[in-house]
Design a protein around this ligand. Structure first.
Ligand code: GLO
Ligand code: MG
Ligand code: MG
Length: 412
């Protein structure tokens, strides 16, 4: 193939996307509670060792593109859209008014707001720092985000604690720091109760998000289970208002099974919100788009969520790869992520109604006949052949993933 001049590259990308097929219409995409973060598609490719590769884009452009593609909900950190110096000033109100008008112009809703408590130098020691003025400022920021949430008619507020931990052991008092962290969540809930009264709205759902490592060396609340223990510790004054925003990759990063983490959250009635993406075990937070690394596991995750009627948001907390084109973010990265999610969701429906999986599962639950409970060997004998069905189910899931259940064959 000849080298492709730059001015012909977008057309090539478009033609190959078209040829790949598998795209849902914006109308179909909008039927799902898929939410689009400001920070995801506006990510410029920067990292610790990396300069940005893409140019900045405004929230107006982000909202417009989400709407065009068919992602019906938008969410944001406070400082994604309002510079830290403008918070608490009339410039904040101006920004909120501009966001509202942009959302309404494009038929979009704001699903969630979150406070940035990790990037600015004020958070060098985290939001639950020893310095009382940092903690007071953190509480103000959280309360302010809740207020912005009500103004934008959001339903959810998310908290990822960022630098809540330590690099050198013994430097901080873990118990005290966790108490201070809980104080922040309490301040947010307290403000929410007052603001919900003022705006005549429901209180928000407050969702804690854990990450096992990054950006701190040792993390005080590294997993969704740790977050559950905080919620039920007695430190949280309104535990009914507080739940989880697990992130798929964050559970995988520590070596856990995301499906099991989600199941534990569901058992506790605390699966409020879900960050969807993909990546690798025991590696850093690569935030690859959903289904590109672990599609079989993702299929299973969605079977779990469909089977237990999860009805919260699926939040596209991923990072478009470090390319040089904003065009590619909206032409390839975003729509393909949304469409893989919907395809996996539909496949999960196929799994639920698959007659082979159903019969195998029913048989496993029915168990073998004729066991004598006083004789351990007879229990083993009675169930002898049934356990092969576990692997048979695994194989069937693979067949569904590759379309074999619909007749796709490979030179059989
Ligand atoms: C970072 C987190 C981050 C949060 C966001 C919402 O690793 O995943 O993107 O989801 O700050 O609070
Ligand atoms: Mg996240
Ligand atoms: Mg992540």
């Amino acid at each position: 193939m000849n080298p492709i001049p730059q001015e012909k590259q977008q057309a090539l990308v478009d033609r190959l996307m078209q040829a790949s097929g598998g795209s849902y219409s914006p109308e179909v995409r909008r039927r799902y509670f898929i939410t689009g973060p400001q920070w995801a598609v506006a990510y410029e490719g920067q990292a610790l060792f990396h300069a940005p590769t893409r140019s900045p884009i405004t929230f107006e452009k982000v909202i417009e593109e989400y709407s065009r593609i068919g992602v019906g909900y938008w969410c944001t950190h406070d400082t994604d859209v309002i510079p830290a110096n403008d918070l608490f000033t009339p410039k904040q109100d101006e920004a909120v008014a501009r966001i509202k008008s942009s959302l309404s112009k494009h038929g979009m809703k704001c699903s969630m707001v979150t406070t940035e408590t990790f990037h600015h130098p004020v958070w060098a020691a985290g939001s639950a720092a020893e310095a009382g003025d940092v903690r007071e400022y953190a509480n103000r920021r959280l309360e302010n985000t809740v207020s912005i949430g009500h103004q934008l008619e959001a339903q959810y507020c998310v908290y990822w604690p960022g630098t809540l931990g330590y690099s050198t052991q013994g430097a901080i008092d873990e118990m005290q720091t966790l108490r201070w962290y809980a104080d922040g969540i309490n301040a947010a809930c307290q403000a929410d109760i007052a603001l919900a009264g003022k705006y005549k709205r429901h209180t928000l759902k407050h969702c804690l998000e854990a990450k096992p490592f990054e950006p701190q060396a040792e993390i005080l609340l590294p997993t969704s289970d740790a977050m559950l223990s905080l919620i039920f510790s007695g430190l949280i004054k309104h535990p009914d208002m507080v739940g989880l925003n697990p992130e798929y990759l964050h559970e995988l990063m520590w070596g856990g099974a995301p499906r099991a983490s989600l199941a534990r959250a569901l058992l506790c009635g605390k699966l409020f919100h879900f960050d969807i993406n993909d990546g690798y075990r025991l590696k850093h937070d690569v935030d690859i788009a959903v289904g590109l690394v672990n599609p079989l596991d993702w299929l299973n995750v969605l079977v779990l969520l469909r089977s237990h009627d999860y009805n919260g948001p699926f939040n596209l907390d991923y990072k478009p790869p470090r390319t040089t084109s904003n065009y590619g973010v909206f032409a390839v990265s975003l729509p393909s992520a949304v469409d893989r999610f919907i395809t996996l969701w539909e496949m999960a429906g196929e799994v639920q109604s698959d007659p082979i999986i159903k019969e195998a599962t029913d048989a496993l639950k029915a168990g073998g006949a004729g066991a004598n409970l006083a004789d351990v060997n007879s229990i083993v004998e009675a169930n002898k052949e049934l356990l092969s069905l576990h692997e048979l189910i695994g194989n069937r899931l693979f067949q569904i993933l590759i379309g074999a259940n619909r007749g796709r064959t490979y030179s059989l």
